[in-house]
Design a protein around this ligand. Structure first.
Ligand code: AGP
Length: 611
């Protein structure tokens, strides 16, 4: 949550910072602000989006080759101009942008108030900038020392960039818990919460680790810990292109990302499957494959959509490999004193690789001695760096706040893992093994076909755009898909929606059904088809309106349901990858028709780096 950008070099900083903020706006869009240094700072901040800030700055020509910027997802204090970043210290010595939460801010604020400090905002960030200033002035130390000392007194998470008025040719960046990447150019450095603002200038980057502090001047960077231990910067090369972070002709990132799925799924299994002879290679797991195969139990953890992927993973691994699996919300797992054994394997699933609860759960599982793996999308993010091993999803950057292609890429990795483990466990015959691999390779083509049904989905969306509630039902592999469909609808259209296992409906939710209640049922031809047909009849008997996702050519359900969307036939092991596509399109079109901001829904941020 919150995006931060910084630049120091020879180019004009304002366009770099403002365009960087636009790239990071998916991380929060409650307010935006910048500070451009030209000997003296020029500071501007505004409630609202980066475009509001741009309007506010207007045609003013901002000169300066050092600058910082922030786009905010509010934690402490409502979204308004005063709470927007950058924050300036009381005596104007420091200017700071911050992503994260200072948990002991209240205590620190009281202490500073006792020492004469007053505060303009309600933020934890203003406490930090004043703490730095207090140490700087009281201790008469260099700015870098004041920053480091202040950070040793802070409990919580931060990615910060600091300007000191007395050293106007320096930026100080530090991280703990919240991501920070430094782009390394010739005579210039870029700082950002992720690599997207940096990639058009340089592919050489340094991912800061927790407790790192970087002191940046145009021609030099000094890297150390907050405890003053010198560090050797580790420069890595980014594998990211500029096209992948732009809309490419689509109206929204979400639609682009829905349409990218044939490609992103292919990229996720490409190079990991061979068909002559049939085989699966997951290079990231080689070193731990025997632990994984011998695991007494696998615990899958994640949040939101990644948790839904974990549920699909549970069905897959138990079904194909017969290893017991538990699925946990990372936020519950980390606080509920879970039993973690040394022969458990914990797998953290996360698109961003930065979700605070998932990261904390990873650390907890590691401390308990379990082998901890990651399934993540963002290369170099915290979870892949902190887990023992793992698999990247290769979905490419996902910018829309509503996760689409990351979900299908996560499920693709879980399918590969389940098939691999199934074979190693001797649960899959050679024939079944080959059949499942083949089925997976056919998925991209089948998704292309489903995407052609967008006009049908649009028509259905017109009919239901004003509904107040939705139910989503599915059985087996499609229960998590029902949950995911409901989450997509609620997060971008603000319509209340719930997902249920279809058979659970009669234990309560059926009471809600009347002729105003659309019920989306995943009713493809699989092992529970007959049962789902009965569930549809139960809904129809109560005058519910049924939108069914059916297998091509199905006539039985067509006669019963009010609307049907067809998908190609597929083995149920891989079919979650297909059934979710119409649900993503449905949520997208309903949200669009309701005039909602599809890519940046209210109150949400892409990467939840606070608890
Ligand atoms: C999905 O549409 C959401 N915006 C959200 O639930 C997301 O999946 C969740 O915050 C987890 O994020 P992660 O995969 O980056 O850990």
């Amino acid at each position: 949550m919150c995006g931060i950008v910084g630049y120091i070099g020879y180019r004009q900083a304002y366009p770099i910072v403002i365009n960087g903020l636009k790239r990071l706006e998916y991380r929060g869009y409650d307010s935006a602000g910048i500070c451009i240094m030209n000997g003296e700072p020029f500071l501007a901040k505004q409630k609202g989006k980066v475009s509001d800030l741009e309007k506010f700055i207007g045609s003013r020509k901002l000169e300066g080759t050092i600058g910082i910027g922030h786009t905010r997802w509010a934690t402490h204090g409502e979204p308004n101009d005063i709470n927007a970043h950058p924050h300036e210290s009381m005596n104007g010595k420091f200017i700071l942008i911050h992503n994260g939460i200072i948990e002991n801010y209240s205590l620190l604020r009281t202490k500073l108030e006792k020492r004469g400090y007053s505060f303009k905002s309600e933020t934890d960030t203003e406490v930090l900038v004043n703490l730095i200033e207090y140490i700087y002035l009281k201790g008469n130390v260099a700015a870098e020392i004041a920053v480091r000392l202040a950070l040793t007194k802070v409990v919580g998470a931060y990615g910060i960039v600091v300007i000191n008025r007395d050293e106007p040719e320096t930026l100080i960046a530090a991280r703990k818990g919240s991501p920070l990447v430094i782009g390394v150019g010739v005579g210039e450095y870029f700082i950002a919460s992720d690599a997207t603002p940096i990639v058009e200038f340089t592919k050489s980057v340094i991912f800061l680790n927790d407790n790192d502090v970087a002191v940046l001047q145009r021609n030099q960077m000094v890297l150390k810990t907050i405890y003053n231990k010198s560090l050797e910067p580790k420069i890595q090369q980014l594998d990211l292109d500029i096209e992948s972070i732009e809309k490419g002709g689509y109206d929204h990132f979400m639609l682009k990302e829905i349409y990218e799925q044939p490609r992103s799924i292919l990229d996720t299994f490409r190079g990991r499957i061979s068909t002559n002879p049939f085989d699966i290679h997951l290079g990231g797991l080689y070193s731990v494959l025997s632990n994984l195969t011998d695991a007494k139990r696998i615990i899958l953890i994640g949040c939101g959509t990644s948790w839904h992927a974990a549920l699909v993973g549970e069905y897959l691994i138990e079904d194909l490999a017969r290893i017991p699996v538990e699925v946990e919300y990372a936020s519950e797992f980390r606080y509920r004193n879970p039993i973690i054994n040394k022969d458990d394997v914990v797998i953290a699933i996360s698109q961003s690789g930065e979700t605070a609860d998932t990261l904390a759960a990873v650390r907890l599982a590691k401390e308990a001695g379990a082998l901890v793996l990651g399934i993540c999308n963002v290369v170099g993010s915290s979870i892949p760096r902190e887990t023992h091993a793992g698999v990247y999803t290769h979905a490419g950057p996902e910018i829309g706040v509503a996760s689409t292609k990351a979900f299908t890429a996560q499920v693709t990795v879980l399918i590969l893992m389940a098939i691999l483990l199934g074979r190693k466990h001797g649960n899959l015959s050679e024939e079944k093994y080959e059949q499942l691999i083949k089925e997976l390779t056919l998925i991209p083509e089948k998704i292309e076909k489903i995407l052609l049904s967008e006009p049908t989905v649009k028509e259905i969306s017109e009919r239901f755009k004003d509904s107040r509630n939705f139910l989503y039902l599915g059985r087996g592999y499609f229960f998590p898909v029902a949950l995911e469909g409901a989450l997509k609808l609620k997060e971008i259209s603000y319509i209340h929606a719930e997902g249920y296992p279809a058979a659970e409906m009669k234990h309560g939710p059926i009471a809600l059904i009347d002729d105003t209640m659309p019920v989306v049922v995943i009713a493809t031809k699989d092992s529970s088809y007959e049962k789902v047909v009965s569930n549809i009849q139960e809904v129809k008997a109560r005058k519910g309106v049924v939108i069914a996702i059916v297998t091509e050519g199905d006539t039985t359900i067509k006669e019963m349901a009010d609307y049907t969307i067809e998908i190609p036939e597929a083995n149920e092991v891989v079919a979650a990858l297909l059934t979710v596509i119409p649900l993503q399109l449905l949520a997208y079109h309903i949200a669009l028709l309701r005039g909602c901001n599809v890519d940046q829904p209210r109150n949400l941020a892409k990467s939840v780096t606070v608890e």
